[in-house]
Design a protein around this ligand. Structure first.
Ligand code: GDP
Length: 305
């Protein structure tokens, strides 16, 4: 519901814009397709993905020889759902980690400051804990004092222990202690917050490599997941961050935040199409329950309802 409400703005920019674009036109012609292209691009679907969608609709028009404008929203919905289905093959049913993994399961969380990384970690720790997992947090974003304090606050709030040193200490020392504690004390899940200094890619790469190396001393198959957090309300900035992070490290999942109250919901479609990394969670508000498992069908529904 919150997603629906949040995406109402995106809905405005999709459905109502489409409605406006086709007023007085009965068939989907080149003009209508041009307008649709512009609508998708301004909804932050991204140029490449937009062109792909337009091409597919053109092919359908050519094949069927005719397409009424009254069908356009249905056709567009089908194409968007198809794109998501191609690229999002994973569907979580709950806040769970994969079965059969030797624990502790390690999630390294990366992302630029301000995107909602700490909040996402806090919400996730609560959700995992509710599922009965024994959860540990590592505050390895030592670059920003507030990050450590915030993680500690979440830990207090959710009753999840936090391994933290101080500000400006070595992030990999935090990761070391967290991995050691998790391995020795039988934790199920460890989430490690990292600093998102994207402007210095070499540093970022080195730091992540070092963090991985120290964790592997205790948990050889870790990290099981490198989760990139992106702020969906920043549209193409989020796309650029995804490009940079995927160059710096192997990203295995995405959390896209702040999809409440944004007209930029289309960004999820573009990101999914460009990176083909599973969007695992979406953030639709500041409360714990506002972190939701990404469900591609529900997402498309809320875009086109
Ligand atoms: P970090 O710097 O990446 O760790 O970002 P924070 O976790 O501190 O989040 C930055 C701000 O975004 C905070 O005020 C959060 O409450 C807010 N925030 C995080 N996720 C969401 C979300 O899904 N929706 C909304 N509306 N706000 C969010």
């Amino acid at each position: 519901e919150k997603l629906d409400k949040g995406l109402e703005k995106s809905k405005d920019s999709l459905l109502s814009k489409i409605g406006k674009a086709v007023v007085g036109k009965s068939t989907v012609d080149d003009d209508v397709l041009d307008e649709l292209e512009e609508i998708l691009i301004t909804s932050d679907v991204g140029v490449d993905t937009t062109l792909k969608v337009i091409r597919r609709i053109e092919e359908r028009v050519a094949r069927d020889k005719y397409m009424g404008t009254d069908e356009l929203d249905v056709i567009l919905r089908e194409e968007v759902a198809g794109l998501l289905a191609e690229n999002q093959t994973e569907q979580l049913s709950d806040f769970e980690i994969p079965g059969g993994v030797k624990k502790p399961y390690v999630i390294l969380v990366v992302g630029v400051n301000g995107v909602g990384k700490t909040t996402t970690i806090g919400k996730l720790s609560a959700q995992f804990k509710n599922k009965g997992y024994k959860v540990l947090l590592g505050a390895a974003d030592t670059f920003r004092a507030a990050a450590v304090d915030q993680i500690k606050l979440w830990g207090e709030r959710t009753g999840v222990p936090v391994v933290a040193h101080g500000m400006n200490t070595d992030p990999s020392a935090v990761a070391f202690d967290a991995a050691k504690k998790a391995a020795e004390e039988g934790y199920d899940i460890v989430m490690i917050d990292t600093a998102g200094r994207l402007h210095n890619k070499v540093n970022l790469m080195n730091e992540l490599t070092k963090i991985k190396r120290v964790i592997q001393k205790f948990i050889p198959e870790a990290p099981h997941d490198v989760m990139l957090v992106l702020d969906g309300s920043t549209g193409q900035n989020a796309v650029m961050q995804a490009r940079e992070f995927t160059k710096a490290t192997q990203v295995s999942s995405l959390a896209i935040t702040k999809l409440d109250g944004t007209a930029k919901g289309g960004v999820v479609i573009g990101i999914s199409d460009e990176f083909k990394i599973p969007v695992r969670y979406i953030g639709v508000g500041e409360q714990i329950e506002d972190l939701q498992i990404f469900n591609k069908d529900e997402f498309v529904d809320s875009l086109f309802k």
